[in-house]
Design a protein around this ligand. Structure first.
Ligand SMILES: *Cc1c(COP(=O)(O)O)cnc(C)c1O
Length: 431
């Protein structure tokens, strides 16, 4: 399939080139030129299909023959090598747990899939070595480090803001070593992001190294996020037409769900649940999109003031505000409300949410207040121990650590401290 740039439809690309480039040459996001509808027979059989088979059917139309089926299946197997349980809290609220992967956040699926695709394209041919350069506010770093660890032909350089990621997140991105380098930046996430952007435009670097990004706008991270909406649907009651509430930052995850729905997955409604970074909530109220500077919250992976993937959401609805409104709502909650929700669900259902999932829970509850007839599912996007300091303080007790985390905490942090863009440049040119 071809993909076109959302800035200018004339710029098109195949899958490989779009994955290697990340963004189109005009800086637009790539979007599939057709949204495939899956046949009724697929949904009739869904209950009996295994997760790899489902994923293959869902992604195949977009990749075509660019990756042979046996290779594609290997990539899928690696990126879905854990469980995606739907856990009921009560009659009409369930949690889709997306944190059973190696770095305990949903980004493991997209990062693993992208690493597999890029690894395949490098092995196949004429790309040469590639450097994945990425800035992280927390979860992306670990997922990318783990996904790309040991992949032949790829070096990964991760920039993260010193002292602004959780302890678990820091260990996950600084301990792998090998082809993964972690740069600890004296500054904020925005500073890291700005340095990465500058490097992509710096010819002194790009003539020496092939740079690519692994952030959530990449097709190879975005598209596989559809998989678990199908896996969730498979676990619900026959003929359920659920509402999905998705804690959203850059809007890649929810946008994948909306694409799954456009391919035929029965869904009644999507709720975008935001923290105080509520650009989209404002847009839904006023019809005018105004980006803002991000503000810091306890759900830090959603501290995004100008969500990149929202243009893809609009494109799925053919830029029709009325169509969007029928299927999509947005709500926002501050840290106090989020903490209160964590406490409430812990005492009422003995279920511990992380601060991101908690925002999703709140969005779902508010939507169901006016629409009690629906079956609701919110996405738990990370394991609560990734945000240990916050959740322990909220519930006022210690949270037992899973073995993998205890193990992780004993590993050594390896990072290089940097301050300026010149430091980054020096690092990239020296290596
Ligand atoms: C990245 C992340 C989000 C936000 O997902 P988007 O696709 O950017 O909307 C939400 N929760 C957690 C835990 C994350 O790591």
């Amino acid at each position: 399939m071809r993909f076109y740039s959302l800035n200018d439809r004339k710029h098109t690309s195949d899958f490989e080139n779009a994955v290697v480039r990340g963004l189109a040459p005009d800086k637009g996001l790539y979007f599939p030129e057709r949204i495939e509808r899956l046949p009724d027979s697929f949904f009739d059989q869904l209950a009996d299909l295994d997760k790899e088979e489902i994923a293959l059917r869902v992604i195949r139309p977009y990749i075509g023959t660019e990756i042979p089926e046996d290779e594609l299946l290997k990539i899928i197997k690696r990126s879905l090598d854990f469980d995606f349980p739907v856990v009921p809290l009560n009659e009409n609220i369930s949690v889709l747990e997306l944190f059973h992967g190696p770095t305990m956040a949903f980004k493991d699926v997209g990062a693993g899939f992208m690493a597999g695709c890029l690894g395949y394209f490098i092995k196949k041919g004429n790309l040469g070595n590639v450097t994945v350069l990425v800035a992280t506010s927390g979860d992306t770093g670990g997922a990318v480090a783990h996904g790309f660890l040991g992949v032949e032909g790829i070096d990964v350089v991760i920039l993260y803001p010193k002292g602004k990621v959780s302890e678990v997140q820091e260990k996950q991105l600084t301990s792998p070593g090998r082809n993964i380098s972690a740069l600890e930046v004296e500054g904020t996430f925005d500073d890291c992001q700005a340095m990465v952007k500058k490097a992509f435009l710096d010819e002194a670097i790009t003539t020496q190294r092939k740079l690519t990004s692994a952030n959530s706008i990449n097709l190879a991270r975005w598209l596989p996020q559809m998989f678990y909406y199908f896996l969730a649907y498979q676990q619900l009651k026959v003929n359920a037409k659920p509402v999905f509430s998705v804690p959203s930052g850059n809007f890649g995850n929810i946008c994948a769900g909306i694409l799954a729905n456009a391919m035929g997955l029965p869904v009644s409604h999507f709720v975008a649940a935001n923290n105080r970074n509520d650009t989209v909530v404002d847009f839904m109220r006023t019809g005018k999109y105004k980006s803002r500077k991000s503000v810091q919250t306890i759900s830090n992976a959603m501290d995004v003031g100008d969500p990149s993937n929202f243009v893809r959401v609009l494109e799925i609805f053919q830029q029709e505000f009325s169509q969007l409104k029928n299927k999509f709502s947005a709500y926002s909650y501050d840290d106090e409300a989020t903490k209160k929700a964590i406490k409430e669900v812990f005492s009422e259902y003995d279920y511990l949410m992380d601060p991101h999932g908690a925002v999703g829970y709140l969005g779902l509850k508010d939507f169901l207040k006016d629409h009690p007839q629906y079956q609701g599912v919110f996405l738990e996007t990370a394991h609560p121990v990734k945000f240990l300091e916050t959740v322990e303080e909220v519930i006022g007790e210690k949270v037992p650590l899973p073995e993998e985390i205890k193990d992780l905490m004993t590993k050594q942090k390896k990072s290089l401290q940097i301050k300026t863009y010149e430091d980054l440049k020096g690092f990239l040119l020296d290596e």
